[in-house]
Write a protein that binds this ligand. Structure first.
Ligand code: NOJ
Length: 561
């Protein structure tokens, strides 16, 4: 792990950044997200596993990442890709054992790669012993108080308590069978926990300590903004609360002020370790409220989803960068940038679909998925060119960077998965979405084999034939591949961006141009025609230059003279 100096960035009206020093290595870390069930399958059962990850440590090392974040690998019926956890302190037997976990972490640490695990505190699975107990214990039993049970409406409670909807579509309530209903923000197989219950609090303290004691360096907190809820009556109608982004903590379900009490408590645990354990919150909140999660007495970092949501337009990128940098100044925190994750259509696909004025790229991609990729036409080459340019912007920014597995291969979303193989509950709970399986298809490691090197057998989601062209071994042999671009960019980032100065350089409106420490420039041409570059040394380019001009949809890092 590199020990870079971190510099708090300030920005004035000219967007001129200034700095003050800190030494927290997490603030600039590049973190690679592994979705374990789709990464590498060591035993041929079609499901990626922990020994599979261990076998690929050399690959992660050669990529040049500082840390990996593992999406859940806990025992689970996979009602929501493992985010329905049966036991927060164990490994799903299909993915290995705690011994395999120890071997994996020691191999990663041996390669100087830190490990972040996912903590899922908003809900358990419906197979969790607590939930089974709650169902059998019956109305009024203390076992029900660990969850959010309420009486149904109607003579026998046959109607849900209110009209609130789950994030995956359909009612947010499921019947207990005795006139009571339990609340679930996500799938019915994911009953929400009651964070006012002391046993719940104590159990998660144990979970955090359990993994920290096993050598885990940090935690990604799932649905960090959702733990505290106000389910008191009278309930507001759903159409008044369907928009979850509020600037003032007044939503009954999301981003309530008292959620930070939980993280202040965990912070004491994190800081009781040497070195202190790291945490990053998945907090989809109003931008003005994000920094609370990133503050030193709460989680310390929070994902900034703005770039993942941005369209491929210079003004969108400028705005996203300005607001991320402003967060760093205002809250003495860092920004955690990302272009994609296991919940979003792949970046190369989002940027290969037509840009629309009134529908964001995310939505265009979701609607395209619903049409099984039939319409509108996807321009893969364009999407890949833009994805190359975009990652170079992201890696040139101050802050930390998250890379979702397969982005380094330029993988496209798989749009034509047959309905019967879909695993995501979104696909079955709503007709408006095809779900997130298209970015969770097992990785291609080699151009041949039953699952392109993923394992000895076909994977749990079918890989399309075109995956062969994206395989790791194909890209390793091609100096111009996406994989080799990532490797060069990650290596150069360590060398070049050792402090966090950033200032904008005046340029035409279709060009994004900022300067970083030592005069290094990051320049992107979003326009259709090539543009002139300043005189200087090109350090890295996302595509071929056009006689020393910067072509459309291309980024360079250069040192201007
Ligand atoms: C956020 C995770 O990223 C997503 O995959 C999951 O479905 C929900 N949280 C519920 O745990």
């Amino acid at each position: 792990m590199r020990h870079t100096r971190w510099v708090t960035t300030t920005i004035d009206q000219d967007h001129q950044a200034r700095t003050a020093v800190s030494t927290d290595l997490w603030r600039t870390a590049v973190v690679y997200q592994i979705y374990p069930r789709s990464f590498a399958d060591s035993n041929g059962d079609g499901i990626g596993d922990l020994p599979g990850i261990t076998s690929r440590v050399p690959y992660l090392r050669s990529l040049g990442v500082d840390a990996v974040w593992l999406s859940p690998f806990y025992p689970s019926a996979l009602a929501d890709g493992g985010y329905d956890v049966d036991d927060h302190r164990n490994v799903d037997p299909r993915l290995g054992t705690l011994g395999d976990f120890d071997a994996m972490i020691s191999a990663l640490h041996g390669a100087d790669i830190k490990v972040i695990v996912d903590i899922v505190p908003n809900h358990t699975s419906n197979r969790h012993p607590w939930f089974r107990e709650a169902l059998t214990a019956g109305r009024g039993a203390p076992q029900r108080d660990r969850y959010l049970f309420r009486n149904g409406l109607g003579l026998r409670g046959e109607q849900p308590p209110n009209d609130w909807e789950s994030m995956f579509g359909g009612s947010a309530w499921a019947p207990a069978g005795d006139g009571q209903w339990y609340f679930h923000c996500f799938a019915a197989e994911q009953p929400d926990l009651n964070w006012e219950n002391d046993e719940v609090r104590e159990d998660f303290r144990r979970t955090v300590r359990f993994w920290a004691d096993r050598g885990v360096d940090g935690f990604r907190i799932d649905v960090a903004h959702g733990l505290r809820k106000d389910l008191s009556e009278p309930y507001l109608p759903w159409d008044e609360i369907a928009d979850i982004m509020r600037p003032d903590g007044s939503h009954p379900l999301w981003d309530r002020d008292d959620v930070h009490e939980i993280y202040a408590d965990w912070r004491r645990i994190f800081d009781s370790y040497d070195p202190p354990r790291f945490a990053v919150g998945e907090a989809s909140v109003h931008p003005a409220r994000r920094a609370r999660y990133a503050s030193a007495d709460s989680l310390g970092q929070a994902f900034n989803f703005a770039m993942q949501d941005a369209d491929w337009r210079p003004e969108d990128y400028r705005e996203v960068i300005n607001s991320g940098v402003a967060d760093m100044i205002n809250f003495a925190s860092t920004t955690s940038w990302l272009l994609g994750c296991h919940d979003t259509p792949r970046v190369a696909t989002r940027y290969g679909l037509p840009l629309e004025e009134d529908r964001p790229a995310q939505q265009v991609a979701r609607d395209w998925l619903l049409a099984d990729g039939a319409t509108p036409r996807l321009d893969r080459a364009l999407g890949e060119r833009r994805a190359r340019a975009a990652i170079m912007i992201l890696l040139a920014l101050p802050g930390s960077a998250y890379i979702y597995q397969g982005e380094e291969l330029g993988l496209q979303e798989v749009a034509d998965l047959p309905r019967e193989v879909l695993e995501d509950p979104m696909a079955s709970r709503t007709t408006k979405e095809k779900g997130r399986d298209g970015c969770r298809v097992p990785l291609p490691w080699s151009a041949d084999g039953p699952s392109y090197g993923f394992g000895q057998h076909v994977g749990h989601l079918p890989q399309p034939e075109w995956f062969a062209a994206y395989a790791v071994d194909v890209q390793e042999a091609d100096p111009g591949s996406m994989l080799n671009l990532y490797r060069r960019a990650l290596a150069l980032r360590r060398e070049l961006f050792v402090s966090d100065d950033l200032h904008w350089v005046e340029s035409e409106s279709s060009v994004l141009h900022f300067a970083r420490p030592g005069g290094v420039r990051c320049i992107t041409n979003f326009g259709p025609a090539p543009v002139a570059l300043p005189v200087g040394e090109i350090l890295l380019s996302s595509g071929q230059l056009d006689q020393s001009r910067l072509p459309s949809d291309t980024t360079v890092w250069m040192r201007a003279r």
